[in-house]
Design a protein around this ligand. Sequence first.
Ligand SMILES: [Cu+2]
Length: 314
Amino acid sequence: MKLTKLATGLLAALTITTGFTASAKIVKVEIPVIEKEIAIDNAGTKHNMWTYGGTIPGPVVRVTEGDVVDFSLLNKKGNKQSHSMDFHAAIVDVLDEFEAVRPGKKKDFKFEAKYPGVFIYHCGADSMSEHISRGMYGVIIVDPKEGYSEDFPKPDREYVIVEGDLFEDDATPSEMTNNEKWKGALINGKQFNYDPVHDQNASMVLESKPGERVRIYFVNAKINENAAFHPIAGIWDKVWDNGHPKNLRHGLQTVDVAPAHGVIADIVSPSDRDTNNALVDHRMKSALNGAITVLMNKSDANPELGRNGNLVIR
Ligand SMILES: [Cu+2]
C-alpha cells in the first residue's frame, strides 16, 4: 500500500516535470545537417545536396508508440543554409520546435510519439521546396505499443523505400516549386537505386525468400506529385494507410501516396518457386526516370537484408 502510494507520487512528480508519463521510454536522437556533394545515381553523378546525417534519406528513426523523442538538430558550422526539422510524428508548435536554425547553431526539442505508423520527417526552412528536393527528408517509424497481431502480423523482412524528386542542380527554388527542371525520381537517394534491369550500374536489389512476408515502409518525399505504388507481378497483401495498424486494407494493386505521406505495404511471394517483383511508382514519368525497385524472391536470399535494423539498403 505504502509502496503503491510512493510509486504514484513519483509518477505524478515525473509527469509534472517532463510533461510525459513516467513509463515512457526516452529515445535520444541527434542528427547533424551536412551540405555536400552526393552521388544521385549508380554511375556516381554528383549533385549539390543538403542532408540529414550525410545520407539521403536521413537515418531511420524508430521508436514505440508512447516513447518520447529527445531530439537535437545540429546545423553544422560551415553550412551555408539555415535548416529545421519537421517530424510528422510530432504534435508541437511549428514556430517553436520546427523553427529554422542558422549554421553553427543547435535546436533541441522533445515530443511524444502518440500515433503509431510511418511518417516522413523533412526540413521546413525557406524555401521548403528546395530543402526537401535537395534531400532533406527521412522516415520515422512508430511501432504500435500493442505489438503484432492478426491484423498486423510480424513480417519476415522489412525495407524502407523513400521516393524523392531530382531536379537539375541549377534549378531555382521557384522552378522546383513549379516542377520545372525536373530530372528524375530518386529511390533512397538514387535513380534506379535497386534496378539492374534499367540501369547496368545498379548493383543492389531487395531480397527475400519465396513465401516470406516482406514489409515495405514507403514514404513519398516528392514535393508536388503523388506516388502510385504498385508491385509488378504481385498484389499488396495488406496495406496500412499511414502505417497505423487500424487502417488495414486488403489485396490492393496500387496505393496512392500523397506528397509527405507514408504507407506500410506487405507483399507475400509464392512459396513454391523463385520469383521477382518490381516495386514501382506506376506514374510512368516517375517509374522510367528512376522509381523502380527490384525485389528478388529466391531461396538463397541474403539473410542480412531487411533484418536487424538493416532497413535501408546502401
Ligand atoms: Cu534545410
